[in-house]
Design a protein around this ligand. Structure first.
Ligand SMILES: Nc1ncnc2c1ncn2[C@@H]1O[C@H](COP(=O)(O)OP(=O)(O)OP(=O)(O)O)[C@@H](O)[C@H]1O
Ligand SMILES: [Mg+2]
Length: 303
């Protein structure tokens, strides 16, 4: 991982500090299984440096940005880099304090606390992800305000308060522009440092595709082009953002490797995500211009 980050130009100084952090905060063997295994590595030097510095300084971070900008991938990468166990808490309108902190349960005829993910992360010095934090009601989160600020304590009614383990960090993600999302309450936002997640650069996108697929290098550029063209159309308000879906594009490449035709694969992963026929036509035009009808999915891959 260190080599990967140095290659991206991430400051060596920061990485040395990370190493000190991981040496200083031992991890209980019982939690090792919670250090994530990475499927994707996160690309983006500035964002890496912001996130690493924020975590080293003891802060919690809020990753805000459009869909598929790698918010969850970055959160996992951070837990991996800092060697901390990770809890991911999916928030929604019905999330309540008990689902975060815990609830009473019977054990040997006694009422005990069944620990929730925030409690466990606070105990273990883990990283806890509040995923899609803006989907949750404010009341659900106000119970963790004192854990998120300088007090770093979790009040659990009826039980002893928990002082968070020093290595505990909270990483919130939010997706702006979705229906159903609300503006975050100021008191909550002020407890985080905010990282505005950029969309991936074309050279990083190329590296990402090369590393995660078996595409031949000369074809990788076609997919980078496709992504950029779609992005440009959306920036010019010619199409919505529905079709600009990196997750969908990687999935489509996977389908092609399984032998599905290029056209069908891109329909499944990209074009059919817009349900507006006018928009779909524009997207299909872009696809047809880039992928001339002669190419077969089998030709795209090495070996
Ligand atoms: N900068 C990046 N580095 C690595 N992968 C990226 C990057 N940007 C996007 N991706 C890719 O985009 C896909 C989606 O990533 P992820 O699920 O983390 O996005 P997200 O921002 O959490 O999306 P959503 O808002 O829809 O939840 C993954 O395949 C991931 O590899
Ligand atoms: Mg996400």
């Amino acid at each position: 991982m260190k080599e990967f980050l140095l290659k991206q130009g991430v400051s060596e100084n920061l990485l040395d500090e990370v190493e000190k952090f991981t040496k200083f905060y031992d991890l209980d063997k019982n939690y090792e299984y919670r250090i994530p295994h990475l499927k994707y590595k996160y690309y983006g030097k500035e964002t890496w440096e912001k996130a690493i510095a924020a975590i080293l300084s003891g802060s919690h971070i809020l990753l805000s940005g459009p869909k598929a900008t790698g918010k969850n991938v970055l959160a996992e990468n951070l837990a991996f880099l800092f060697k901390r166990p990770l809890w991911t808490i999916s928030l929604n309108i019905s999330s309540d304090p008990a689902s975060l902190i815990g609830s009473d349960t019977f054990k040997n005829n006694e009422v005990v606390l069944k620990k929730g993910p925030v409690y466990e992360a606070g105990l273990a010095g883990g990283f806890a992800v509040f995923d899609e934090i803006n989907m949750a009601k404010n009341e659900a989160l106000s119970v963790v305000h004192s854990a998120l600020d300088y007090r770093r304590v979790l009040d659990v009614s009826g039980y002893d308060r928990l002082n968070l383990h020093e290595a505990t960090r909270f990483i919130a993600t939010m997706n702006y522009g979705y229906i159903g999302t609300r503006d975050l309450n100021e008191a909550l936002v002020s407890r985080f440092l905010v990282i505005d997640m950029p969309t991936i650069t074309d050279s990083d996108l190329k590296k990402l595709i090369l590393e995660n697929t078996n595409l031949r290098e000369d074809y990788v550029d076609l997919f980078v082009r496709l992504f950029l063209d779609l992005q440009e159309k959306s920036l010019n308000s010619e199409i919505s953002s529905k079709a600009i879906d990196l997750r969908g594009m990687l999935a489509a490449i996977d389908l092609m490797e399984h032998g599905l035709s290029i056209k069908s694969s891109l329909e499944l992963g990209i074009a059919d995500k817009t349900f507006d026929s006018y928009e779909k036509e524009i997207v299909e035009d872009i696809i047809d211009t880039l992928f001339k009808s002669g190419i077969k999915s089998g030709d795209l891959f090495v070996g």
